[in-house]
Every structure is written in C-alpha cells, then in structure tokens.
Design a protein around this ligand. Structure first.
Ligand SMILES: CCCCCCCCCCC/C=C/C(=O)SCCNC(=O)CCNC(=O)[C@H](O)C(C)(C)COP(=O)(O)OP(=O)(O)OC[C@H]1O[C@@H](n2cnc3c(N)ncnc32)[C@H](O)[C@@H]1OP(=O)(O)O
Ligand code: NDP
Length: 264
C-alpha cells in the first residue's frame, strides 16, 4: 500500500461528496480525503452501512456525514443537494464512485437489465454532476468532479451494459470539462482495472486471477491506490487538468484490442 504523498491538511476547509462512500473504493476515498483534513459526505442506499462508515471515520477524528439516497432517482438527487444547502455542507468536490453491474453475455441481457445498468452508471452520474454544477453556479464557487469508471480500452466482454454506460461517462467527462470550465469546474475520471474490494465476490475468482496474471503489473489494485489518484485530481496540483480519464489498470490498456477474457 502506498504511503500518502500529500501534505497534511491539504483539503482542510473543503467538503467532499462521495457517492457509494460507505464501502470499498468509496470508503478508501473518504478515508484519504478525511485524513487530509476534508469534511466528507457519503451517500449510498444502505443506511446501516453508511452509519458504520461514518462511525469509523468519526472515531479517526474525521468530520463525516451520510445521506441515504438512490442516485438513479432524480428527485432523491435534487433533495440531497437541497438538504446539503440546509445543512451548510455544500460540496467543493464531487466523486461519482457509486456504480456496478452484473456479469452476463450480451445476448442474455434483457432491455430492462441494460436499462438498469445505464441508469445507475451513466444517468446516476449525470444527475449528480448536474446537481453539483448547479449548486456551484448558484454559489459562484468552482469545484472538482472525479468520475470513477472501469478500464474499457479493450471492451468488457460479459459486461456490455457497463462497457457502454462507462464509455458514456468517459465522453460525458470530456464534454462537461468543456462546458463547465467557465464555471470554474474541472471534470476528470479514473478508470481502474480490478481492485481488491468485497464487491469482487460476485465475479468468478479463477477468471479474476487469470485476468490479473496477464497484466504488465500482475496484481490487483488496492482501493487506496484509487483514492490517491482521485485526491491528486482534486488537488491544486491538478488545476490545469480537465477532461482526462486516468488509467489505473496495471497496464491493461497496453494489452491491445484483445481483452483478457471471453464473455461467459
Ligand atoms: C467472464 C465474464 C465477465 C467477468 C468479468 C471479469 C472481470 C471483472 C472486472 C470487475 C471490475 C468491476 C468491478 C465492479 O464494478 S465491483 C461493483 C460492485 N457492485 C456491483 O456491481 C453490484 C451492482 N449491481 C447492482 O446494483 C444491480 O445488480 C443492478 C443495478 C445492476 C441492477 O439492480 P436492479 O435492482 O435495478 O435490478 P433488478 O433486480 O430489478 O433487475 C433489473 C433487470 O436486470 C436483470 N438482471 C439482474 N441481474 C441479472 C443477472 N445476474 N443476469 C442477467 N440479468 C440480470 C433482471 O432480470 C431485470 O431484468 P428483467 O426485468 O428483464 O428481468
Ligand atoms: N472493484 C473493482 O474491481 C472495480 C470497481 N469499479 C467501480 O468502482 C466503484 C466502487 O466499486 P467497489 O468499491 O468495488 O464496490 P462497492 O459495491 O463497494 O461500491 C459500490 C457503491 O455504490 C453504491 N451504490 C450502488 N448503487 C447505488 C445507487 N443506485 N444509489 C446510490 N449508491 C449506490 C453502493 O452502496 P449501496 O448498495 O448501499 O447503495 C456501494 O457503496 C463502482 O462504480 C465500481 O463499478 C471500477 C473498476 C474496478
């Protein structure tokens, strides 16, 4: 695990909103920003898990808050930002980390299954970005957005819906970077390969191990490594970077057009 290269209190006075912040990569992101002095606001659907996460962060001396919402629901996203206004927790930084999918061959994905994954990963991210940008515009206050996607340069056989949705987020990232630069917002993304979190239990372990073994850096990423990349993109060191998607994939993007695995 890397030691933090960031100076203490780098994000002091900043409020960082992290979707899916109660578990896995999102929790690692919340932990790092909190350790660097930020107030962190976590969102997800599972209230109990959010409470456990904020409890752990608070024990470590981090100011942490939680709101249970479903990012697929436009009304819930709008209500979240109204509540953040009321609670004086308007975010300076938005990390769109919530997401996921199920593995299935493309021919077995029903229209509703495809829609569910696009709703979560693309539309949910879009709703959060829009609400954040409107809040920043109202307050005449710049900010940072970092979107977590998936490494997708070689396609993602077995996850056509997620591949399409995340490619949408990559181009949304570029487009919003143009449109919202005048608002003082930068918009970037991080594209991890396989990251060691509990969520991997839903995938075939032998397949994961084979995929990892074929990488130039043949290991999984740790959630803390994703967090470090996100913190960099949200830091003053990245003030002239916008519209990029940073591959954090052990070199998976170098393996060319052939993905490591075939669809199930
Ligand atoms: C070799 C094969 C590929 C292996 C890949 C190996 C490489 C792996 C690299 C992994 C890297 C990425 C890791 C991660 O992203 S970790 C993320 C962590 N969390 C998750 O992924 C879980 C998230 N999933 C969900 O939240 C839900 O499943 C989802 C939002 C996607 C859907 O939720 P919803 O509540 O809307 O779903 P419903 O139950 O109402 O179903 C909606 C329709 O979807 C169909 N469906 C659901 N599951 C499946 C399935 N397993 N197979 C096929 N279809 C499925 C369901 O039937 C509904 O459709 P219908 O109404 O038509 O029946
Ligand atoms: N682990 C990996 O190998 C990789 C993961 N990723 C991506 O990184 C992100 C985090 O993954 P990881 O930490 O591994 O997995 P987790 O399952 O721990 O993270 C997903 C988070 O998203 C939240 N979430 C899911 N659906 C919704 C929703 N509709 N509204 C609000 N929150 C929601 C979940 O909380 P709740 O269920 O309580 O709502 C959970 O906290 C995901 O987008 C994932 O696709 C990308 C590349 C690789």
């Amino acid at each position: 695990m890397p030691t933090s290269i960031f100076r203490p209190q780098l994000f002091s006075g900043r409020t960082v909103l992290i979707s899916g912040g109660g578990s896995g990569i999102g929790f690692a992101i919340a932990s790092l920003f909190g350790e660097l002095g930020a107030r962190v606001v976590l969102t997800a659907r599972n209230r109990a898990r959010l409470d456990q996460a904020t409890g752990t962060l608070t024990e470590r001396g981090i100011e942490a808050f939680a709101y249970d919402i479903n990012i697929r629901n436009e009304g819930e996203v709008e209500a979240l930002f109204e509540q953040l206004d009321a609670d004086a927790l308007q975010p300076d930084v938005l990390i769109n980390n919530a997401g996921g999918q199920f593995a299935a061959p493309a021919l077995d994905i029903s229209p509703n299954g495809f829609r569910a994954v696009v709703d979560l990963n693309l539309t949910g991210t879009w709703l959060m970005c829009g609400a954040f940008a409107r809040s920043a515009q109202r307050r005449e206050h710049g900010g940072r957005i970092v979107n977590i996607v998936l490494a997708l340069d070689s396609g993602i056989p077995g996850m056509a819906h997620a591949a399409a949705a995340r490619a949408g987020v990559v181009n949304l990232t570029k487009t919003l970077a143009w449109e919202w630069a005048p608002l003082g917002l930068t918009v970037n993304a991080v594209a991890p390969g396989i990251v060691r979190t509990d969520a991997l239990s839903q995938y075939d372990d032998a397949q994961l191990r084979a995929d990892v073994a074929a990488l130039p850096l043949p290991r999984m990423a740790e959630p803390e490594e994703v967090a470090q990349a996100v913190a960099y993109l949200a830091s003053p060191a990245a003030s002239y970077i916008t519209g990029v998607t940073l591959a954090l994939d052990g070199g998976e993007h170098l393996t060319g057009a052939t993905p490591q695995h075939a669809a199930p």
